[in-house]
Ligand binder design. Structure first.
Ligand SMILES: Cc1ncc(C[n+]2csc(CCOP(=O)(O)OP(=O)(O)O)c2C)c(N)n1
Ligand SMILES: [Mg+2]
Length: 543
């Protein structure tokens, strides 16, 4: 067998359904073998698009998404999406071609030391030097990428190695990763601490979703009558309407949910990734007791010194503690009511350009119950993160570790590929949209319908917001846009323009019914950004 063929057999053995990428001269052997494989190759229009597709595929399925590029510029184009996946703990295996081992020691066309380039943005990285190591390399790459906390494995396959013969080798047995159970004495210690708490608060992070433990989290909260705040990346662990839900945490500014943190004496942090929200922002005084429930030991931070660490399978830990701890008698109802009032403000505001609050509400009305939403990065993300709450976990993807713009459109392609029966929407700023809008062509070619909602402010809204806060004036944050309707139509997609606030919901419904790629250009009123800053600056806690 040729090394390239053995490599592809190993990918099939891992259950890989799709590889996202761009062919190049140094990966032609793999590309040719893929023609005779069960794996579907998704040709993208930029390697960054391929990496973001693998990233979102990995987040949604828990199985490593796979992207492939050629050496040099192909591999460097993967970098942003790969870094995003690694920092956000999404399982991804990234593969690149490489120059022949006979020319790596000297200045050589397109040659870069890729293993070193990918070092800070991967959990595991290696170059295949001997073809007989391929089964071990591929197995290890998937095992590392998928093990808690997940991340990226990078494999560099030199062109001469890909052509070599490897007799007598076959893929290795894939073993399911084992998540150990937390020790009983730690469960007992944590349950005792929770039982004596006066005002406990649960902070649920993305680890809950990765562990598929949202059901256990809700049972735990309900049984013990403890309110829940979720990070941006844990959206949907509890639905909006749940009487124990206190909103999302992660906004750098003080928000209502911060009142819940102020008041709490015990924070029960479940599946929390520190990369999402610095502990000093919610635990400045270092006086609370922290119960750390996770699949991995706590990261070190002077503001995050757990009183108890319950490390092991999250769902099992939650069930075991729910059975042992004493339920709370009271609940901060006034705070819950204040948060609900705040989040519902402007839900029906008729103003135009559309207010961000109205935009989120309309998305919530149409999408929250039945869609997968991929959110981009910008001011729109802050509004979505603060206000949008889907009914189910893993149905609102937000990049909040690396927080890279450009994830939404390619991410939506991968989401639709992974879940063809679900409606998929990309919610994006005008700048982030233009960073990877070329993947509209990919979506139309491979047949992944999606709705793309562009928040059009003609600028880098989040940066202007920040500049206004710091300096009172924006700096170089404006630009002009193409006509997004015509732009969409030039690909063969549908294009819509919102001309009044009341048009958004019917346009959204029509765009879903179109069952193709539909782009909605929605002008947004970002004068609300500073109004929010001012309002939160004067926030008086209702508890
Ligand atoms: C790739 C990348 N470049 C730059 C940034 C810094 N950044 C964060 S938000 C933002 C502006 C986003 O503009 P847009 O997509 O239009 O969204 P808006 O803020 O206007 O809603 C920038 C430049 C980033 N996060 N990612
Ligand atoms: Mg913008």
């Amino acid at each position: 067998m040729k090394a390239a063929e053995l490599f592809v057999r190993c990918l099939e053995n891992e259950g890989v359904e799709a590889v996202f990428g761009i062919p190049g001269e140094e990966n032609v052997d793999i590309m040719d073998v893929l023609l005779d494989s069960s794996i579907r190759f998704i040709t993208t229009r930029h390697e960054q698009g391929a990496a973001f597709m693998a990233d979102v595929y990995g987040r949604l399925t828990g199985r490593a998404g796979v992207c492939l590029a050629t050496l040099g510029p192909g591999a460097t184009n993967l970098v942003t999406g790969v870094a995003d996946a690694n920092m956000d703990h999404a399982p991804v295996v990234a593969i690149s071609g490489q120059s022949a081992t006979t020319r790596m020691h000297k200045e050589s066309h397109q040659h870069l030391d890729l293993v070193n380039l990918f070092r800070p943005i991967s959990k595991y990285r290696t170059q295949v030097i001997e073809p007989e190591t391929i089964p071990e390399v591929v197995r290890k790459a998937f095992k590392e990428a998928q093990a808690e906390k997940p991340g990226v494995s990078f494999i560099d396959l030199p062109e001469n190695v890909a052509k070599m013969d490897v007799p007598g080798k076959s893929p290795l047995l894939v073993q399911k990763p084992m998540q150990p159970i937390a020790p009983a004495e730690k469960i007992a210690e944590a349950a005792a601490l929770i039982s004596t708490a006066k005002y406990p608060l649960i902070m649920a992070g993305n680890g809950v979703i990765r562990a598929r433990a949202a059901g256990q989290l809700v049972r735990f909260a309900e049984k013990l009558n403890i309110p829940v705040a979720n990070t941006f990346m844990a959206k949907g662990v509890m639905p909006f309407s749940h009487p124990l839900w206190l909103g999302a945490v992660g906004l750098q500014a003080r928000d209502f949910v911060a009142c819940g943190f102020d008041r709490a004496d015990v924070i029960i942090s479940v599946g929390y990734d520190m990369v999402e929200y610095h502990p000093h922002l919610w635990h400045a005084d270092k006086e609370k007791q922290i119960v750390h429930i996770d699949g991995a030991p706590a990261e070190v931070d002077e503001h995050y010194i757990p009183a108890v660490e319950v490390v092991g399978n999250i769902g099992v830990s939650l069930d075991a503690m729910a059975a042992r701890a004493r339920p709370q008698e009271t609940f901060p109802a006034a705070l819950w009511q204040a948060i609900m009032n705040e989040l519902s403000e402007h839900a029906d505001d008729p103003g135009f350009p559309v207010k961000p609050q109205r935009l989120v509400w309309d998305l919530q009305r149409v999408l929250a119950a039945r869609c997968i939403v991929i959110c981009d990065v910008g001011a729109h993300k802050m509004w979505m993160a603060r206000m949008y709450q889907p009914e189910r976990p893993n149905t609102c993807i937000i990049s909040n570790g690396f927080s890279s713009m450009g994830i939404a459109v390619p991410g939506a392609v991968a989401a639709k590929l992974a879940f063809p029966n679900q409606t998929v929407a990309a919610v994006t700023g005008d700048a982030g949209f233009m960073m990877n809008s070329q993947e509209i062509e990919t979506a139309l070619r491979i047949g992944t319908p999606m709705v793309i909602v562009i928040w059009n402010d003609g600028g880098y809204g989040l940066i202007a917001w920040h500049q206004l806060r710091r300096f009172g004036r924006p700096s170089y944050a404006d630009f002009s846009n193409p006509d997004f309707v015509k732009y969409a139509e030039s690909f063969g997609a549908k294009g819509y323009r919102v001309r009044a606030a009341d048009e958004l919901v019917p346009i959204l419904r029509q765009a879903i019914a179109d069952d193709t790629v539909a782009v909605i250009d929605c002008p947004v009123d970002y004068s609300e950004n500073m109004k929010l800053t001012e309002r939160l600056g004067k926030l008086v806690c209702p508890v």
